[in-house]
Design a protein around this ligand. Structure first.
Ligand code: DUC
Ligand code: ZN
Ligand code: ZN
Ligand code: ZN
Length: 463
């Protein structure tokens, strides 16, 4: 039986408009949007005084990748109003790129409680792998991340590898993503600080200065221009890197960027705390001083950066685990959880402060991420789209605390942050999965979403 649902009298938010109205859902799909809909539904929900917005699309999470906890904690996304997560599929040496994606998907199937999709990651740069890039859309992947940082590890790609990947990516409509930090600057400065006995977490910041990000971002843009390939720079944290993207973009190059929740809300001061506390805030690129935070807010408001992901990485073992592994800043595992808090932080510190409009919020939180990765059925309240819906109570007030977090580790980087508003109900393809901060769905009902090539970064280019 196909169940139907009528959501009435809410304020419907999209990336371009807002109006009081009703949504009618049949099975997994939005069937009607309008005022005074009179369908005879199995269930009716009164959303008066509430906002209705598309379920979030977080284009940057780590569950099965880079030491993040596995997909059993994806419920954190659901309660935070995110119904689609996009993870990475790092390739082991000699494993074909396409197999790496199937292996990663197998970790999520029947376990993830929200829908999921993947970016490819090259970790074995060689001719056969570059050629495989053209086949990524056949397995539902239309984005590819390469690492300019981490020389001496399997992640690292030199300029030749990046250019090779780009030449193939553009033929297949695969969007290139880069982790843009200059590897040599980081290695040399890391060794410099360690040799002086400067081991505290704050040296993670000093060893990865803005210039390391600015240089690599500029180089990635140069390579993208040489290859004539669209580029999406992930986790932009430095003002100067953002400005390089803005400049290329405003000149008409298909160059785009993402920033992340923590770069909009936390500063280097969090790394610079007594003892080991700063280790909770070690992520790469590092947290930056306030002037960068201000510049990033301006960039998302003006459209110079296109999406806001969480870079959610709830490292297995959490803070206690980091204490055991981390004898100095350079060997503390990198990553912070955040998938559950992305909506709340963007709303409270973006919309409620008047920094961004509600429309811009929807665009950054759901609509643009879906377009960048190539998921046309996601991120929008539109007839025919998946019924991924958040009924949002803007009056609720609270505080972020690890007690309420479902990410499954022992700390919360946004502990104590005041929050305005919360998802009252979250629907994944027409099914209620979260209510007032509690997961009420069934584990494992998330489905693998196959991405389509020629996403936003190409679209824009060909207009
Ligand atoms: N890049 C990420 O996107 N996440 C974790 C670590 C990193 O280098
Ligand atoms: Zn081929
Ligand atoms: Zn990265
Ligand atoms: Zn990441």
């Amino acid at each position: 039986v196909i169940m139907s649902l009528l959501i009435k009298n809410g304020t419907i938010l999209t990336a371009t408009s807002e109006f009081t109205g009703d949504l009618y859902i049949e099975g997994e799909t939005i069937r009607q949007i309008g005022s005074n809909l009179n369908m005879d539904a199995d269930r009716t929900v009164d959303a008066a005084g509430k906002y209705i917005l598309p379920g979030g699309v977080d284009e940057h999470v780590h569950y099965g990748s880079f030491g993040g906890r596995l997909f059993e904690t994806a419920e954190a996304a659901a309660v935070g109003g995110t119904t689609t997560i996009v993870d990475f599929a790092p390739q082991e040496k000699d494993v074909p790129l396409l197999d790496a994606i199937r292996q990663q998907a197998a970790k999520a199937e029947d376990i993830s409680s929200v829908d999921f999709a993947f970016h490819a990651v090259i970790m074995d740069p060689k001719e056969s792998v570059f050629e495989e890039v053209r086949h990524l859309p056949e397995v539902g992947v239309a984005t590819l991340k390469l690492f300019m940082a981490y020389k001496g590890t399997a992640f690292y790609c030199d300029d030749e590898a990046i250019l090779n990947a780009m030449m193939n990516a553009k033929e297949a409509g695969v969007t290139m993503m880069v982790h843009a930090e200059n590897a040599d600057i980081i290695t040399i400065l890391t060794n410099h600080y360690l040799s002086q006995g400067k081991t505290a977490p704050v040296y993670h910041y000093h060893a990865r200065p803005p210039i390391a990000e600015e240089e690599a971002t500029g180089r990635a843009i140069a390579l993208a221009k040489a290859a004539d390939c669209p580029l999406f720079v992930v986790h932009v944290s430095a003002k100067e890197a953002m400005e390089a993207i803005r400049k290329a973009h405003s000149q008409g190059w298909p160059v785009f960027g993402e920033t992340c929740t923590h770069y909009l809300t936390l500063t280097t001061d969090y790394l610079d705390q007594p003892g080991f506390e700063g280790a909770k805030y070690i992520c790469s690129p590092p947290l930056r001083p306030q002037e960068h935070v201000d510049a990033l807010w301006q960039a998302v408001r003006e459209g110079w950066l296109t999406a806001v992901g969480s870079d959610h990485c709830a490292l297995d073992g959490g803070f206690e685990g980091a204490k055991k592994k981390g004898t100095n800043f350079s060997n503390i595992p990198n990553g912070c959880p955040g998938v559950q808090d992305r909506l709340a932080l963007l709303w409270t510190y973006g919309v409620c402060t008047g920094t961004i409009t509600r429309q811009k919020f929807v665009e950054l939180f759901a609509t643009n991420p879906a377009k960048v990765v190539g998921l046309p059925g996601k991120g929008e309240l539109r007839i025919g789209a998946d019924a991924d819906i958040v009924i949002f109570d803007p009056e609720w007030k609270g505080v972020i605390t690890n007690k309420d977090s479902l990410h499954g580790i022992d700390y919360e980087p946004f502990e104590g942050f005041k929050i305005q508003g919360r998802p009252e109900q979250v629907y994944l393809r027409g099914r209620l999965v979260a209510e007032n901060g509690v997961f009420v769905g069934e584990r494992g009902k998330g489905k693998w979403q196959k991405c389509q090539p020629y996403g936003l970064c190409y679209d824009y280019y060909h207009k």
